[in-house]
Design a protein around this ligand. Structure first.
Ligand SMILES: CC(C)(COP(=O)(O)OP(=O)(O)OC[C@H]1O[C@@H](n2cnc3c(N)ncnc32)[C@H](O)[C@@H]1OP(=O)(O)O)[C@@H](O)C(=O)NCCC(=O)NCCS
Length: 157
């Protein structure tokens, strides 16, 4: 059983936390450095949420980072630490973000996901994201193998 969770807004100054969290969520990939996150967070169109145990809000175990352009939004980075996965937290965090976007009158959300990322695809499909495009051979895997990026979107009403 997972302890009760809490969502907290990501703010300027959270770049280091985000960089460490992203590194642990995407092992084997190069995490964005803290200053890169800070540059994004300095832009008022960029925002997001941490998810953490209610009893320990200082140690988030997942995050969702998004950016808006006019009435559209893009999911920039999103993930849950391995230990906390498959407990419904990823979907709950995503729904929290989508609800926030709706309140901001955002009408459509876009994202990019690797075709071999079944967990993420399942998560997005369960929330009714639909594929609208594909970038072949977009990601490099080991030993020269490549993987396509799928472009997904969801209409918010
Ligand atoms: C994608 C991710 C955020 C999902 O988080 P999570 O907390 O495990 O997701 P949930 O427990 O809410 O599960 C959501 C759905 O995905 C399914 N799912 C989760 N992990 C899965 C897996 N490894 N294989 C198959 N299905 C999976 C669940 O069964 C659930 O489907 P349902 O609603 O039909 O039952 C998490 O796997 C993660 O952080 N992955 C690494 C980072 C990443 O890939 N981010 C997205 C980049 S685009």
């Amino acid at each position: 059983m997972l302890d009760p969770i809490q969502y907290d807004s990501i703010k300027c100054g959270h770049g280091s936390v985000l960089s460490v969290l992203q590194g642990a969520i995407f092992p084997g990939e190069t995490a964005w450095q803290a200053p890169s996150f800070e540059t994004l967070l300095a832009n008022p169109t960029c925002f997001g949420f941490f998810v953490a145990p209610q009893k320990n809000r200082e140690t988030p175990f997942g995050f969702l980072l998004m950016q808006t352009v006019l009435d559209e939004a893009e999911i920039l980075s999103f993930g849950i630490l391995p230990k906390f996965r498959k407990k419904g937290v990823g979907s709950a965090l995503l729904q929290h973000g989508l609800y926030f976007l709706q309140k901001q009158n955002i009408t459509e959300v876009f994202l990019e996901v690797a075709e071999d990322n079944l967990a993420a695809l399942k998560t997005y499909q369960a929330l009714n994201f639909k594929q609208y495009g594909k970038r072949p051979n977009y990601y490099n895997r080991q030993k020269g193998v490549t993987c396509s990026a799928l472009l997904l979107k969801k209409l918010l009403s």
